[in-house]
Structures are given as C-alpha cells and as structure tokens.
Design a protein around this ligand. Structure first.
Ligand code: PMP
Ligand code: GLN
Length: 378
C-alpha cells in the first residue's frame, strides 16, 4: 500500500505502556490518572442513559453543555463566548486539533510547531497536506525563542500551534509571551491553534493565559480542550473547540462529515456535573501536591528535576547517571528498575536527545511512592 504517512511509527505512549505491561512495571509514562474519577459524574452519565439520552446528539454538541461551557469561560476568563456559534464538542482534544488543521491547511502550507511537541501534531499536519516547520524550545527553560520564530515565517506560513501549559515540559506561557505571539500572528495574518487541554493543571500561583482573553488574537484562533484531563477520564475521549464564528463555521463543515456528533450521555452528564465549579477550581492544588511529592521523593537521586509549572508531567535529566541515548535509558528503567517513563527525544522530529525523561505524576500517592522506591535504586 502507498502510505500517506510513511515516516510515522507507533506512538511512544503505546510503546511505553505496552512495555510497562510486559515487564509488570509502574507506568509513569503515558499521561493518565490511576485514581478513580468522580462517582457523582458517573452517576450523572448513568442517569442520562437511563433517562433515554442515548441517540445522536446535536452535531455541534448538546446545547446545554455548550451553554455551561460558555458560562464557565465567562467565570474563568471574563469573556463572552457564544454557545450557539463558537463552541463545538469533539471526540477528544486530539480530534479538536486535527479538525482545526483540516479546516485551515491548503496543500503546501507551512505550520510552525514548537518542540518538544505532543506527538500528534506532526502527523496531523502532514496528513492534512501541510509542511511542518519545527522550532526547538530553548533547553532547559523550554522558553519560546522569539527571534527564531520570526525568522521562520515565510509567505507559505499559515499557522502556529502553541500548547500551554505545555506537554511534555510543563512550561507555562506568560501574558508577555501571548502579547509577543499576538504581534507576530497579526502582523503576518496567520492562524493560531492553541492547545489548552491542561488549562486547570497550573502551579506555583501561575495563571493560565487563555488566548480567549486576547480578543484580537482570538479572532484568528482555534482553542482546543479535553474533558479527559479535567475530570480524570482520559478514556472518555471527549473535548471541544472554541473559535470565533467565521472560523467555527468552516470547522463545523469538517466535523459534520467526520464524527458528526459525540457521545450523548457523557455530554448530558458533564453538563449537569459542571455546576460543581469546585471540581475544576481545585485541580491546580490537587496536582501540585502530587508534583511536589514526587519531586521530594526523587530529591536524593541523581535525577535532576527540570521544574514544571503545569500539566501532568515533570521532566528529569539523567545526564549525571548515564550517557546512554534516552530511549535506551528508558528501556532499561522499565526492564531493570520496573518504572516506565517517556524518553523526551520522542517529542522531537530529529530525536534531539538532552538525556531527559518525562514522568507523569497524575498518580495515587502509593504509586508515586512505589515508583520512587524503584528509582532510588538507580
Ligand atoms: N494535547 C495535549 C498536549 C495532550 O497532552 C493531550 C492528551 N493526551 C491532548 C492534546 C489530547 O487530549 P484527548 O485525550 O482528549 O484527545
Ligand atoms: N496525553 C498523554 C501523554 O502525553 C497520552 C496521550 C495518548 O496516549 N495518546 O502522555
């Protein structure tokens, strides 16, 4: 068969999770919580199913859920989003991002991404006929190199993708960052795709700077979210995209003949459950405790923490332990020490290897304790 993605292999998340199972290792690799989600939310979904909410939902999403999301956005960011015209519910955040690329990319268009990058971006852009222009974030701060970004823009540049809080590094963009970005996007008439799936997972009193707070920039942006992160249910694969009406109109043409609509009972259940603001307002503190717990457990090892301010993840340099390539080191950790992690080179198109591994701390305290006990033996 003539492959449309000849250079794409198996996702590192699948590879490392399979290795974890095979070697009976503790999985701090793929990002997902190992603790139970809210019983109350499960009850809301069950009730919706029992009440007959089991047929196709509205193609743009259950109207009540979109209303609730508009209210939430107003509460968090003090801006008005039109639930009718500016929000579309999607089968997950990845799909929301893919659809944004499908909406804007014409063959040969260049799209700028920052590396390390979440692993779906490159295949998404390529599949949609775009040309990926990767820019390396400065190591180890993972800050955006603004001059490199400006120099990378050509007549073919169509869009930039940002991700804040950032997976895998935990870097969080500041207001100044967004203003710099806005200048570049507007001056070059670009689109922006803003992956904000970790909007609530933000630490050390930092604030999430949603692009929605910047009206001129938002006018050119698709903002993508995932319910999986917010409600500890990554397996539900439900998310949404927020974009201004003129962009959303085109986006919905793509969505309409792809998924058409999303899981009805889960949308109804979340709409009901969303009245409880505490569930998302408390997430930052909840996860910061986990980050700090793992950090303190590993403080006496030779693994050097590269501080994260957001997301499920914190990275550690093992340069003081070994010179091995990060994939080899990660494989050895699974086989010899019983802990699965993600080698950071997997997030670079050219496998840049700074001798760094990514650890997921979205785990029960017992899991973090057990993983640290294994890592202390290195
Ligand atoms: N973007 C980033 C940066 C992520 O880490 C994830 C979660 N894997 C997603 C998007 C996709 O979320 P979903 O699982 O809802 O597709
Ligand atoms: N977002 C998760 C991570 O970065 C996993 C996503 C996936 O398995 N596709 O680990």
């Amino acid at each position: 068969m003539h492959s449309k993605l000849p250079h794409i292999g198996t996702s590192i998340f699948t590879v490392m999770s399979q290795l974890a199972v095979k070697h009976n290792a503790i999985n701090l690799g793929q990002g997902f919580p190992d603790f139970p989600m809210s019983e109350a939310l499960i009850d809301c979904v069950t009730e919706a199913m029992k009440a007959g909410g089991n047929q196709y939902a509205h193609t743009n999403g259950v109207p009540l859920l979109r209303e609730r999301l508009a209210e939430k956005i107003n509460f968090l960011y003090n801006i008005n989003i039109n639930a009718e015209t500016e929000i579309t519910i999607t089968p997950g955040g990845t799909y929301a991002i893919f659809s944004a690329f499908s909406t804007i990319i014409q063959p040969g268009d260049e799209v700028i991404i920052f590396e390390p990058a979440y692993d779906s971006y490159i295949p998404n852009i390529t599949f949609n006929g775009g040309v990926v222009v990767p820019i390396a974030l400065t190591y180890p701060s993972y800050a955006i190199p603004w001059d490199t970004l400006k120099a990378a823009i050509t007549k073919k540049t169509t869009a930039i993708l940002i991700n804040t809080p950032h997976n895998p590094s935990g870097m969080v963009m500041t207001k100044e960052d967004i203003l710099q970005l806005q200048e570049i996007v507007l001056a070059n008439n670009l689109y922006l795709i803003s992956d904000e799936v970790y909007e609530h997972l933000i630490y050390d009193n930092k604030q999430h700077e949603s692009v929605m707070k910047y009206p001129e920039l938002f006018a050119r942006t698709f903002v993508c979210f995932s319910f999986g992160k917010t409600y500890h249910c990554t397996g539900w694969k439900l998310g949404y995209c927020v974009a201004p009406e003129n962009l959303m109109k085109e986006y919905r043409k793509v969505h309409q003949f792809n998924a058409f609509s999303c899981d009805t009972p889960k949308q109804l259940g979340i709409a009901k459950h969303m009245q409880d603001k505490e569930a998302y307002v408390s997430l930052g503190n909840f996860y910061q405790e986990k980050r700090d717990h793992l950090r303190s457990l590993l403080a006496t090892t030779k693994l050097k923490c590269i501080p994260s301010s957001g997301s499920y993840f914190e990275s550690y340099s093992y340069a003081d332990i070994s010179n091995e390539p990060d994939k080899v080191f990660a494989e050895r950790l699974v086989k010899e020490f019983g802990v699965a992690v993600i080698p950071m080179s997997a997030f670079y198109h050219d496998a840049t290897d700074h001798k760094v591994i990514r650890l997921c701390f979205a785990k029960k305290v017992e899991t973090l304790d057990a993983a640290a006990a294994c890592l202390l033996k290195i």
